[in-house]
Design a protein. Structure first.
Length: 206
């Protein structure tokens, strides 16, 4: 009976709702990530801000390359977000020296896996508005093209529509969910490794 009820509940939920439920723990862990949370620090420095943006750029670039391989629809592309990150970093070039080359540990080989990653990264832009407010207050002269411009409602709805196509495909849906969870973990890991590597290189050059 319990199993039957679970199955009934699953069919009622949208794929997005299932994704949110199954990845909640991994998602909430990023809220406590020390480097990402540093963007909310009232004592955030321009160098620290630049370091976090550099980590973001490497990750977005990695997933965007997968978008190109799979010829993802233009509305779902990360190219604009990646380019905004690059523009911010170019504006901060004097603070973005000694850039570490940190590989992204996320495998995205199938369309379902790519959509799982895009769900995470497009969705993160909604929370970026909170980070943007603090950066604007603490570093009023810092460029904020990335944090200040999120995913459009049209692009988000397009992504949701793509997700719902997996409603009747159990195998693909599990790949989607597993990829989203892996993306949350890989993103946090990449930000940590990038930022700590850059901090070490800055210390060594002093």
């Amino acid at each position: 009976m319990a199993e039957a009820m679970k199955g009934t509940q699953f069919t009622v939920q949208s794929v997005r709702q299932v994704l949110a439920t199954r990845t909640r723990q991994a998602h909430e862990a990023l809220h406590e990530h020390p480097w990402i949370a540093s963007l909310l620090d009232p004592e955030l420095t321009i160098s620290g801000y630049c370091t976090v943006l550099g980590a973001y750029h490497g990750f977005y670039q990695h997933v965007q390359e997968a978008c190109s391989v799979h010829s993802i629809k233009s509305g779902l592309s990360l190219a604009l977000a990646r380019d905004r990150l690059k523009y911010d970093l170019d504006c901060l070039h004097q603070y973005h020296q000694n850039k570490p080359q940190i590989p992204v540990e996320l495998i995205v080989e199938e369309p379902a896996e790519l959509l799982g990653a895009l769900y995470v990264l497009h969705g993160s832009s909604f929370g970026a508005s909170i980070l943007n407010k603090n950066v604007r207050r603490v570093l009023p002269d810092a460029p904020r093209h990335f944090l200040g411009s999120g995913t459009t409602r049209e692009s988000w709805q397009q992504l949701i529509n793509e997700l719902e196509q997996f409603r009747g495909d159990d195998l693909a849906r599990e790949k989607l969910i597993n990829s989203a969870s892996a993306t949350f973990h890989a993103f946090g890991s990449h930000v940590t490794r990038y930022c700590e590597s850059r901090r070490s290189s800055l210390v060594q050059t002093r």
